[in-house]
Each structure stands twice: as C-alpha cells, then as structure tokens.
Design a protein around this ligand. Structure first.
Ligand SMILES: [Zn+2]
Length: 709
C-alpha cells in the first residue's frame, strides 16, 4: 500500500515520517493469524447515510472450518451496531446467539461444522466509522476504514466522495470479516448511491438498477479470491477515462476538471501492465484495472485489487506535468502490487516486505526498461539511500517483533527490501530472477506466502542453497559499512584491494571488482566474507582505476581512498549511473582542486538529466575556479536544456552570481510553462532587481494559482 513513502528520487509521499525506530520494540512474537474458519465468499449490500456518515449494511459471509471442526466463528467488526446475526439455511435466516464487544463479533453456530462443510452467516448492521477510535501510523494517518468526504456538501471546492482504506485491518470497520491478510475470498459488493454518482469496486460491474427514490444500485462481482484488506468501495462524481490492455478495461476515475489530462497522468498504465506481464511471465491476472483519486486520502496510494486508490496529489495540471509526472513511480508501484500483494499476499504483517519490496522494485523496473538503465539505477540508488538515512539498522527485514502492525510500513520493508531484491537479481542473473518470480507467483497465486517460500522458489530455479542470503538479509538487520583501500605494489606488479567490515555483523558479499589498465577493465568476481579481506590482482602497471562493486548494486556504506584523478577516470569510463554519481559526489566535496572542477564541468553536461542537476546543485560558486568555469555552461543550460528541472536548477544557480546582465534571461524564464523554471527565475531576478521581481510576482498572481487545464 501505502505508498506513503516511495522515497524515490523526486517524490516523497511521506518519506519524512520514516525512520525513527520506536523507543522500545515489543518483545511479543507476532505470529501469523491462526486459521480456524476460512472465508469463502462475502456478499455485502451497502447503503450510505450521508447525513450521519454511516453505512447500513447487510452481509452474507460463507465460510468453512480450516481444518479442525468448530461450533463458533469470531469476526472482526469494529464500532458497529449489530442488529441481527443469523444462519442462512434454505434461504431462511435462523437467528444465532452472539457476543459483541465493539471489536469482535463472537458467533455461536447452531452446531459443530467439519472442514468439508460450508455455512453462511447473515449479519444486519450499521457501520459508524467516525466512532472508531483506532489510530493510524506514520504510513497511514487514520484507521477508520470508511471515509465520507464532504458528505453534506458544506465545503466549497471539495467534491463529495466515499472511499475505503483497508490496509492493514480497517475494512472491518465497515464490513464484518476475518480481517487478516492470510484469508482469501471471492466478493460481491452492492452499493446503493445517489444516481448522479459513479461507483467503483473490485472486479466487474455486473448490473446497475435505477431506483424510484433517485438512487441507483450497482452490483460489483470479484470472482477471483483476494484478501479482505484489498476490498474497496469508491463513490463520487468522477469522469471515467478508459484505456485498454488487450481485451481488459483500464480506467482512470478523476475529478471532471482533470479529465483532459487523465491520460497524461495515468496513460502509461497499459504499457506498464504489458511490461510486468512480460517480466513475470504472468499475464495481468485480473478482469480490469481501474485507478481512482480520493480527496483527503490518508496515505499515498493503495493497491486494492483491480481498483487502486490514489491520493489527490496524483492529479496534476498540464503546467505541473511539464516538469514530468511526479506520480508515475506511484502508479507503477501500485500496479506491480496487483501481482505482488494481491495475487500472492503476505501471510502476515511481519512479512510485509513480500508486498512492498516488490512494489518498490516494480517502479524501478519500469524506469529501467521503459526509460533506460540510468533511470532505473537512479531510482534504486536514491531508494537505497532513503533506507541508509532512515537510521533503521536495528530492524530485520522480516520482522516478527514490532509494537504496532503499522510500524512495518517503513524504509526497511520498502527501500531496503527493494535494494535486496536488486542484489539478488544481480547475483542470480535476470533470467533466473524472473523465472523464480514466475514460479513464486504461479505456486502461491490466490494464496498467502512468507519469505521462506520466496527462497524455495529461487532455490528450485537456481539449484542453489540460498539460506545464507535469506538469513543475512531477510532474517537479519543492518548493512555493511566498508573501508576499501586500494594500493599498487610496483615491484610485485600487483594491485591490491583491502576490504574491512566496520560492523559487528560480518556480511557475505559476492562482488565484482574491475581493474582498469587503459580503456578496458578486467573483471574479477570475489566473495567478501571476513572482517578483513585482501584481494591481489596482477597488473603490469598501476591501474587507472580499481572499481570495487563494479555493478554498483551493493547495499553498503563505503569509505574509499580513491583520488580525484581516479574518480575522473571512473566518471568517464565506468559503466553505471552510480559510478558517475560517486565521482560527482567526490568532486562536490573537494572543489578547490582542479580535477574536481573538471569532473563537475563534465557532469553538468552528463547525458542523464538528474546527474546534471546533481552537479549543478553542488556547485560552490564562492570558489573562483568553480564560479568561472561553470558560468558559461550554466548560461547555456539555463537557456537551452530540454529538461525543465535542469533548466530550473541552472537558473537558480546562476541567480547566485547576482549579475545584472542576466536580467532579461530571468525575465524570459518567468514566463516558462514550467512552474519550477518560472519560480526559480523569479527568485533569481529578485536577487538583482527586487522591484522588478515584485512587479512580476504581482503580474503572475493575477492568474489563477493553478493554470486551467
Ligand atoms: Zn506499496
């Protein structure tokens, strides 16, 4: 879910709330929920009372004992009024005895049922979500499951909407159920709403019926089993923009104002579906894929099966979109959940990384395969950095101990989990990696899984024992902190790399080391596995560069004794985004040195826009050589760079020069279609012409804050 925290390069959904480890972590082992009864099918009939923000519900739940015979059923049902509980027999309701404490509905069945016997209970109830006092978390700010937005129409400029948020265990605020991720069931959701509104739920809309009282009843059926937290209802005055993937509907429910740009925001979805279908070898497994935008949403976005809900930040106008679609990674993340999370589901919140690490990986794969390797590497690197900066070294990836189930939605489950999958991919190779994912998906489809089951799929495909990898990364915490020392022994003609691990835990790390003499490297595959490891490579002369972790996939903090000359060589010759980024980072920190300027000037013209920005933003123009060398390049980028964020960064930096000669450059840029370019230009102008800038600001404020679509 809960893309609160994509921690991607450009987007922070809620990233900042990540990170701080709770003062004391619970010592209660969080077991997977015991299955006494299994959900088989739920049919719910929902009528909404907008005046009270309540829902009058009737639900028919079909279940069976999981294995052992039982004469009772406990359902999660939070803050409800329960009017009737009955057993449905021959289409008749036979009242059942029950106890209800506001959280659990304990039903006494009419007899003992065996595990081959299904039974159906009927419950008539009222859901009162505003009376539920459960709390949310960093990842979601609330937990009342069912939300009435502006129900009485009293707030101007805000549409009236209803949407639900199930993860983690909040759907049981509006639907009596067994609210655990290891339950799977088919579902029918029937909603009666004012006829001016559209509805959305899981699966297919099978019928619509107009009622005489101005309402309409929509019937949605989801014929493939999925978990209770993935059930969704959405109601509102939306425009529905339709695309297709093969013969399946792909649709975008947006506020009507945004209908003209809906495809600019969501329109890559069919291509994403095609990519994920191809990579996993599992064609999109559901009947349709819809995305809907909800006001005042409590998270970033949520991957309800076939019906993803996005926060309103997804809605961007045409001017905002000139800087790029800030929501694209979220769209990809939620979509990949349709395979990892919805088709195969984590069996417990302890294993949530089985959902979230894959969704994190999914958007990285989209960037890599659709836009190119630099884009994928950029997202992966920044995501990993998000984990490293979060200070969560004490948390295991699979976490059996936590205070609150919401706590596991953090930079470890998402960012670190994604980085670990990328390391695994690099270790086993793409072909084995995607074949293993295919096996995992096919083996556990419509079921719940835990991290060991992912290991078994990888072991079956690769033929290797991978316990070492799982024990280290899934059932352990932290990451390597490495001191890497390079040297050359001229008499022995040997290059030497000494790797020292500066953590109590000693990691086992398969790593590639490239030794460069001239323009082609020789690659060596080595295993780092001791507190100190020394690797010697014969080399006729001192290498131009020794590149440790040449694939740049290792999740580690590194301290290296590389010179700027070596970094310059690395910038120009090594293969990866991270090679160049590390060189720029080294240059940013030593700008008084001539070679640093050389790296930075080259990087300002890097082929990859985010690295141009990284170089520009790091320029220290108080240093004479940097200032003089950078000025003509900044001037050129400020005028001509095709990438708007680069242009904006160049203008901002040029503003620091405070040169009156750039007055007209800044004034022209103020009229750029990009908000970022225009905003930075206004600020740059204010540094040389405050009266002029004030006049421009006044002129601009005469326009609506958000341009019309
Ligand atoms: Zn997610």
């Amino acid at each position: 879910m809960k893309r609160l925290a994509l921690l991607g390069s450009m987007f922070f959904y809620l990233a900042t709330s990540f990170g701080q480890a709770p003062a004391g972590v619970s010592n209660i082992y969080r077991a997977t929920a015991e299955k006494i009864n299994d959900l088989v099918h739920t049919k719910v009939d929902a009528k909404f009372d907008y005046s009270k923000s309540q829902m009058n519900g009737k639900v028919w739940i079909t279940l069976k004992p999981h294995f052992y015979s039982t004469d009772s059923l406990t359902l999660d049902a939070k803050a409800m009024d329960i009017h009737q509980v009955a057993l449905v027999k021959n289409s008749k309701n036979n009242p059942l005895k029950y106890d209800y404490d506001g959280m659990f509905l304990r039903i006494h069945l009419d007899r003992t049922y065996k595990n081959n016997e299904q039974y159906t209970v009927y419950i008539d109830y009222t859901a009162k979500p505003n009376e539920y006092k459960g709390t949310g978390s960093a990842a979601i700010t609330d937990a009342k499951g069912l939300y009435f937005i502006n129900p009485l129409g009293e707030e101007p400029n805000k549409p009236t909407e209803i949407w639900t948020q199930g993860e983690t265990e909040s759907n049981s605020v509006w639907l009596p159920t067994i609210d655990k991720p290891n339950q799977k069931q088919t579902v029918e959701v029937i909603m009666t709403v004012p006829s001016k509104y559209v509805t959305l739920s899981n699966g297919s809309l099978v019928s619509q019926k107009k009622n005489s009282d101005g309402t309409r009843t929509d019937d949605w059926k989801m014929n493939q089993p999925h978990s209770p937290y993935l059930i969704f209802m959405g109601v509102g005055d939306y425009a529905v923009v339709k695309d297709r993937y093969k013969n399946k509907e792909v649709s975008y429910y947006v506020e009507k104002e945004y209908a003209p740009v809906a495809r600019k925001i969501f329109g890559k979805t069919p291509e994403m579906i095609a990519l994920y279908s191809k990579l996993t070898g599992v064609d999109y497994p559901w009947v349709k894929y819809s995305q809907i935008v909800g006001r005042d949403y409590v998270s970033g976005a949520m991957e309800n099966t076939t019906s993803t809900l996005h926060g309103e930040s997804a809605q961007q106008d045409a001017r905002e979109l000139t800087d790029g679609n800030r929501w694209e990674e979220v769209i990809a993340h939620e979509l990949f959940h349709q395979w990892f999370g919805d088709y195969v589901t984590t069996e417990s919140w302890s294993n949530i990384t089985l959902n979230e690490s894959f969704a994190t990986l999914g958007s990285q794969l989209w960037n890599e395969f659709h836009y190119g390797k630099d884009y994928g590497d950029h997202e992966r690197y920044n995501s990993a950095l998000g984990y490293i900066r979060s200070g969560s070294e004490n948390k295991n990836l699979v976490r059996f101990y936590y205070n609150d189930k919401e706590d596991v939605f953090d930079a470890v489950s998402y960012n670190k989990g994604g980085a670990i999958l990328q390391m695994l991919r690099n270790y086993v190779g793409d072909s084995a990696f995607f074949k293993s994912l295919n096996l995992y998906l096919n083996t556990y489809k419509y079921q719940a899984a835990e991290a060991q089951e992912l290991r078994l799929a990888f072991e079956q495909v690769t033929g290797q024992d991978l316990n070492w990898f799982w024990n280290q990364w899934y059932y352990g915490s932290g990451h390597p902190k490495l001191n890497i020392t390079y040297s050359y022994d001229n008499s022995a003609k040997q290059a030497r790399v000494i790797v020292q691990q500066n953590t109590d835990k000693v990691f086992t790390l398969p790593v590639k080391i490239d030794v460069w003499n001239g323009n082609t490297p020789i690659s060596y595959n080595v295993w780092v596995k001791n507190k100190i490891d020394t690797f010697n490579f014969s080399s006729p002369s001192k290498p131009n560069l020794i590149n440790f972790d040449a694939d740049k996939k290792l999740l580690a903090e590194k301290t290296e004794n590389k010179t700027l000359d070596e970094y310059l060589f690395q910038y120009k010759n090594a293969r990866n985004y991270v090679d160049r980024r590390e060189a720029i980072e080294a240059a940013r920190s030593k700008q008084a040195e001539t070679t640093a300027a050389e790296i930075l000037m080259a990087a300002m013209r890097d082929k990859f826009a985010p690295l141009r920005i990284y170089a520009i933003s790091g320029l220290d123009v108080s240093i004479g050589q940097t200032k003089n060398a950078a000025e003509p390049i900044l001037f050129e980028l400020a005028q001509k760079d095709p990438d708007r964020p680069v242009k904006a960064a160049a203008i901002a930096k040029l503003g620091n020069y405070k040169f009156a000669k750039y007055n007209s450059l800044f004034r022209n840029a103020i009229n750029d279609s990009s908000y970022t370019v225009a905003g930075n230009a206004l600020e740059a102008l204010s540094k040389i012409d405050s009266a002029g800038a004030a006049a421009e600001a006044k002129r601009l404020s005469a326009f609506p804050a958000k341009g019309k679509l």
